[in-house]
Design a protein around this ligand. Structure first.
Ligand code: NAP
Length: 429
């Protein structure tokens, strides 16, 4: 029988049946302990309402370095985790002194942040509409890669939701570099197109670099053009690649402090790792960029207050990589089809494992789900960074429209200085 040293009450809204949810707690004023048993007691039904429970746990002694505590909650919905953080009141049994434990594992909900951005964009799109401007996005989908089709369709659907114009161009997989170049140049000339998105990968016979470089930098809503990359390096306002821009929105809107923070970016690709590192550096974080040749990756990552993982390696970032309390952003999106990998990742998440077994595949990130026990805040996969990528594409399209059309209007009225000021101001917003 375990010694019953403490009892606590755990409040949570809208709890419903679900598998384990693991949390990490920190306390400054209680002796280190680990909760070893959880038992639901009375209170609400399993599907809704508030919830009270009690548990027993053992002291781990007086080791002052132990500051994190594991807490496994059974019979809760994973969706309930969205209500975090919530209060934990701890009470020493038989004594009146109450201490508050702060749970640190906060879920950074990408869907909620995406919705917030969409509602801000809607207001802006209405204002532009009042001036007769309807921003438009052209998407070029060459060939029939199913994943690319899915991505492009979701981007077109987002345009429809926000009331942006969209144009889907679907040249065949046999298109040549010259043909695709002329298609892009045509889009560059069109006045109703503010943003051009060329979905990669392009068919193998196409020179992708030449195509991406042919996109007018003012319409380069992916932020891949060397002109925009140069502006990003120099810290000038520009169209920024969507995924890292989305990560910055998550961090900003979740009040994650960046100034002076130590950040590890895992991955150095042109579309995620490098721009991510630059954005964090411009936000005054001290950035370490890691890659496949980094020595002692776990040791390097463990020193970071903020970890951004963008490697495409399912669940590689395990709890031992993470400094307790660190913020962990998971950019990785990997479709797992190997049962052994699914077992390794979701051993503590039977609901997800069941989903995998039913479907034969599941979406995972670079970060092992058990990291939630150690991190201070983290983005889940799915529902973390993914929704922000599309939100930032929409935001870049609106920004590009403001920039181009605001500047055009001033230029046409013979006010070139005002045109460049309008361009600068538009892109800063
Ligand atoms: P990428 O071009 O393949 O780059 C992967 C990077 O990770 C490379 O820099 C590579 O290092 C590094 N890396 C690979 N294995 C590693 C290891 N074992 N240890 C340390 N570093 C390692 O991939 P990407 O396009 O940046 O995408 C990365 C992930 O993000 C993918 O899962 C992708 O699907 C996902 N993604 C998600 C979104 C979204 O909307 N959520 C958007 C874009 C990408 P080297 O440079 O040394 O090879």
């Amino acid at each position: 029988m375990l010694p019953k040293l403490f009892s606590f009450t755990h409040f949570r809204k809208n709890a419903s049946a679900s598998p384990f949810v693991s949390h990490t707690f920190k306390t400054k004023d209680l002796k280190p302990f680990r909760i070893t048993h959880f038992q639901k007691k009375g209170g609400s039904s399993a599907s809704s309402g508030s919830f009270a429970s009690s548990t027993s746990f053992t002291s781990l002694g007086r080791n002052p370095r132990v500051t994190n505590f594991e807490f496994h909650v059974s019979n809760f919905a994973r969706s309930a985790a969205a209500h975090l953080p919530h209060a934990i009141i701890a009470r020493r049994a038989g004594k009146s002194r109450e201490s508050e434990l702060r749970m640190t594992a906060r879920i950074l909900d990408g869907n909620a942040i995406r919705d917030q951005i969409f509602s801000e964009l809607s207001a802006e799109i209405r204002q532009l509409a009042a001036r007769g401007i309807r921003p438009g996005l052209a998407a070029v989908l060459a060939g029939d890669n199913p994943a690319s089709k899915l991505y492009v369709n979701s981007k077109i659907a987002a345009c429809a939701k926000l009331g942006l114009a969209s144009f889907l161009l679907t040249p065949p997989a046999t298109i040549t570099t010259a043909e695709l170049l002329s298609l892009v140049q045509e889009l560059n000339r069109r006045d109703d197109v503010d943003g051009i998105l060329v979905q990669v990968p392009l068919p193998p016979q196409v020179d992708s670099k030449r195509i991406l470089d042919a996109v007018d930098p003012a319409k380069d809503v992916d932020g891949f053009h060397p002109y925009n990359v140069g502006h990003l390096v120099a810290g000038r306002p520009t169209l920024v690649p969507c995924t890292p821009a989305g990560v910055m929105e998550i961090l900003r809107r979740s009040n994650i402090p960046l100034e002076g923070a130590s950040a590890a970016v895992l991955g150095r690709s042109d579309i995620v790792g490098k721009p991510m590192a630059l954005l964090l550096m411009h936000a005054n974080a001290t950035v370490t960029v890691c890659h496949s040749k980094t020595r002692d990756l776990p040791g390097v990552v463990r020193r970071a207050d903020l970890v951004v993982a963008a490697m495409g390696r399912a669940g590689m970032v395990t709890p031992d990589y993470i400094r307790p309390g660190a913020t962990v952003i998971d950019v990785g999106q990997i479709v797992v089809t190997d049962p052994a990998v699914a077992e390794r990742l979701f051993a503590n998440f039977p609901e997800r494992l069941a989903k995998f077994r039913a479907k034969g595949s599941i979406l995972a990130g670079d970060v092992h789900p058990d990291v939630a026990k150690v991190a201070g805040a983290y983005t889940p996969v799915p529902g973390g960074v993914g929704p922000l990528t599309i939100a930032m594409l929409m935001s870049n399209t609106v920004k590009a429209a403001r920039l181009r059309r605001g500047a055009d209007a001033a230029r046409e009225s013979g006010r070139p200085a005002e045109a460049s000021a309008a361009a600068e101001a538009a892109i800063k917003r």
